[in-house]
Ligand binder design. Sequence first.
Ligand code: TPP
Length: 250
Amino acid sequence: MVRELEKYLRPGIGITTYCPGCGEAILMGLILRAIDELQLNMDDMLFVSGIGCAAWIPSPYFNADTLHTLHGRTIVFATGAKLVNPKLKVMVISGDGDLADIGGNHLIHGARRNIDLTVICANNMNYGMTGGQVCSTTPLGALTMTTHQGNPFCPFDLCQLVKAAGAAYVARYAVTQPFAMIRGIKKALQTEGFAFVEAVTPCPVQFGRRNELGRPADMLKDLMAKCVMREKAEKLSPEELKDKIITGEL
Ligand SMILES: Cc1ncc(C[n+]2csc(CCOP(=O)(O)OP(=O)(O)O)c2C)c(N)n1
C-alpha cells in the first residue's frame, strides 16, 4: 500500500492476509484511492461486508467503522444502518458469492428499492475463501472444486441483473484497469441511490490453479487482454466479443 493511503488503515494492522497475486488486495488500494481523491472523511462513512476473502477488504483493515456481517446479508445490514442514520455514507464491499449467491435476493431488492448505498462487488468467479467452489459468476465450462467436469451453467451478468432491478449507477471494471476503476468508484460514491461497481479480480490460488491459467502475472495479463470498454465493444461482432469482458458504465 502506498504511503499516502496508510492513514486510512488501522494502525499496526501490518500486511494483508491475501494470497500472493490476489486481485482483492489491489481492489483495496483502489477503493482507498477513490475515497482519498474525493477527500471523504471516513468518520462519516460505514463499511459493511459479509463473509469471504473480499469481505476482509474493509474489516479489519480500514481505520473506520466497519460492520463484518453474516454471509449474504450485507445489503440488509447496510440498509438498516442507512435508514437509522441517513447522513452516513454507507459502502458495501463483498464478494460475488456473498452478494449475488447467498445474498442475491437482497441485492435485487436493494437495487429495486434504490437504497442509497455504494456497493463494490469483487467478482473472482468462485467462492475463494472456502476452497474455490462454483458460484453464479463462474464461467461456463470452468473447473472448480465442485465442477470437476466443467461448470454446466451460464453465469449471471451481475451488472445487467442489478441494472434491470433498478440501480441508479452500474459499472464494471477489472483491477487491471486501475484508473477507470477509481473513476467508477468515485462516481458510485457520488451517486444518490443504489450504485453498483463490479470489480473483476483474479483468484490465482483457487480459480487460476484449477483452470491452468498460469502464474498470477499471467492471469493479470489475460484479464488485460479480455477487457473491452463498452464504447469499443459496441462496434464489435458477437464473434469478436466471445470470451471478452465488457467494462465501463453499463
Ligand atoms: C450461511 C453461510 N453459508 C456458507 C458459509 C461458508 N462460506 C464462507 S465464505 C463463503 C464464500 C465466499 O465467497 P465470495 O463471497 O465469492 O468471496 P471470496 O472469498 O471469493 O472473496 C462461503 C460459502 C458461511 N460462512 N455462512
